[in-house]
Design a protein around this ligand. Structure first.
Ligand code: SF4
Length: 266
C-alpha cells in the first residue's frame, strides 16, 4: 500500500552537489520513491528515521513545483544543466495521473533553455517523448541493473521489469533522443555477453557501470543491510563485478565507470 502525500516545497531547483556536482541544478518533483530499491542511497536523505524505515512505501508530491518553476520566468535559465532527478525517480507511478513532470518539461521548453538529463527506470518516460525531443540538449538515462529477473525481483521487487526498461529506452532512442543506460549499481548478471548485446540493441550509445558497494557506508550506492545480504547470498563481489565489467567493456562503446559517466558533456 503506497502512501501518497502532498506538500508545499520551498524550492524546486537545487544546486547540484556530490556525485552529480558537474550539473548546475537538480530537479526533484517528488520526495520519496515508491520503487523502493533495496540498495537506494536516497533513503538516507530523508528527514526522519520513520521515513527512512518505510522508504518505498510513500511519496510526497511537490504540488507547488510548477508554481515555483514559473517564478523563474523573470530570470530564465540559459544553457544551465539540470539533472532530473537525484533523490527520486521522476516517473513515479502516480506521475501517470498527475502529469507533474510533463507540466515541468513544458514550462522548461517554453521559458528556459536548459540542458537536461532525465534519470529514470520507468517506461512512463515514453509518454513524454514528444516534449523531450523538443529540447536541443537532452539525454535520457535508463537504469538497468541486471539481465536476470530473479535478481531484479530480489533487489527491486516493485520496479518495472528489465524488459520493460529495455523496450522503453529503445523507443526513446528510436525517436532520435540521445540515451544512456546506467547500470548503477551493477547487480549479478547471468550472461554478460548477451546482456551487452541486449543493451546495445536498444540504440543507446552511452553506458555507465558502477560497483555495488558491499559496505554500510551511509552515502555509498550499496547501503541497505538487506541489499548487502542479498549480494552476499548471490556471491556478488568485487571480483565478479570486474569480470562482468571486462565483458561489457569489450562489447559496449562509450562505457564509463561511476561518476565520470554522469558528466553532462554539453
Ligand atoms: S528508483 Fe532510484 S530513487 Fe527510487 S528507490 Fe530506486 S534507486 Fe532509489
Amino acid at each position: 500500500m503506497v502512501d501518497i502525500q502532498h506538500k508545499q516545497a520551498k524550492s524546486i531547483l537545487n544546486k547540484a552537489s556530490g556525485f552529480i556536482d558537474s550539473y548546475d541544478y537538480t530537479l526533484n518533483p517528488y520526495s520519496g520513491c515508491t520503487f523502493g530499491c533495496s540498495y537506494c542511497y536516497a533513503a538516507f536523505f530523508t528527514p526522519t528515521d520513520e521515513l527512512q524505515e518505510t522508504w518505498g512505501q510513500w511519496v510526497q508530491v511537490k504540488e507547488n513545483a510548477l508554481e515555483l518553476l514559473r517564478k523563474k520566468r523573470k530570470r530564465p535559465l540559459i544553457d544551465q544543466t539540470l539533472y532530473m532527478s537525484s533523490v527520486t525517480d521522476p516517473y513515479q507511478p502516480v506521475e501517470r495521473k498527475l502529469e507533474l513532470v510533463r507540466s515541468l518539461l513544458r514550462e522548461l521548453l517554453d521559458y528556459h533553455r536548459v540542458r537536461l538529463v532525465v534519470q529514470t527506470r520507468s517506461p512512463l518516460v515514453t509518454r513524454d517523448i514528444d516534449l523531450l525531443r523538443e529540447f536541443k540538449f537532452v539525454r535520457v538515462h535508463m537504469t538497468v541493473t541486471t539481465d536476470d529477473e530473479t535478481v531484479r525481483k530480489a533487489f527491486e521487487p516493485t520496479c518495472p521489469s528489465n524488459q520493460q526498461r529495455l523496450d522503453a529506452i529503445t523507443e526513446v532512442a528510436a525517436a532520435g533522443i540521445p540515451t544512456a543506460i546506467t547500470m548503477t549499481p551493477l547487480l549479478p548478471v547471468r550472461d554478460p555477453e548477451s546482456f551487452a548485446k541486449s543493451l546495445l540493441a536498444t540504440g543507446a550509445r552511452k553506458f555507465v557501470v558502477q560497483e555495488f558497494h558491499l559496505t554500510r557506508t551511509r552515502y555509498a550506492a550499496g547501503t541497505g543491510a538487506h541489499a548487502t545480504k542479498l549480494a552476499q547470498q548471490m556471491g556478488w563481489n568485487a571480483a565478479q563485478y570486474q569480470h562482468v565489467k571486462h565483458t561489457l567493456r569489450a562489447a559496449l562503446p562509450n562505457l564509463y565507470e561511476g561518476k565520470a559517466g554522469f558528466v553532462p558533456e554539453w
